[in-house]
Design a protein around this ligand. Sequence first.
Ligand code: FE2
Ligand code: FE2
Length: 298
Amino acid sequence: MSATTTTTKLLERVKDLKQIPTIPAVLAPLLRYLEQPVEDLDIQKVTDVIAQDKALAAQCLRMANSPLFGRFQKIDSLRTAILGLGFQRVSDIAMSCGVLNLTPKDTGGIDPVVFWEHSLGCALVCRHFARTISYPDPRKAYLAGLLHDLGIVVNLWSFPEEFRRVFERARSQRIPLHEAEQAVLGFTHCDSGSLLAENWDLSADLHAVVSLHHCSYESSEHAPLIAVVELADLLCRMSGLNYGYLENRQVNVLEQPGFAVLLQKFPALRDFDWARLTFELDSYMDEVHGLVHAIYRK
Ligand SMILES: [Fe+2]
Ligand SMILES: [Fe+2]
């Protein structure tokens, strides 16, 4: 199918959709706020934003009191909860709850939590990886990881029946989801995500990540950010932070397009110890699983 036909088909379906996901009320100001330089970030402002959403405020309190964070004293004020959790963890929780509310109630038997586990896992791995290679904006890498698979939300809303077949095919053949989408739908979550990113008016670099993370993106001006996401996404899909099934293929990170892109920008990667990162990720994954389970599996 040509690119134009794909876009037309998608636009037709998405236009008809009465309940196109809108950016959650709390997520929009948080996304904007997180774009600020780190020295301008203020915990009180975050508290004010979160306080507007009762469910989210309750979730922060529940998390702050979770044994995961080793709390022995009951915390019952939102501000104390936020101070106890720390800004970074509060953002993780807020963003994760915000995006989880985007999925439709009926997903035809697909557990939407696995997608958000993958997205949050990818966000955390992106940030960790970005810091490890001295990528200049680890917070942006985090956001990019969290939002990269936004197109899956559109597919769940707009093409529930077809997407259920996509998912069954991907899981039974143990192939990457975007390959199954291309075979069944004729487009991927990159195409549908691009429409939502436009609808939400995401910044150009996040839009590029959503649209291009399974494509050739080497000539994009945002190639380094997409590369961080591509590699983190791959590491997640090859580990326990996948879409609920393990793909049946051997992947060498050093042969990925993203590696070549990053190597140009960060020559230190030449001597990078991948075995060590993989080893670190193994223990890091346990932490990620703990966090996503605490957020999503109540
Ligand atoms: Fe993806
Ligand atoms: Fe992904």
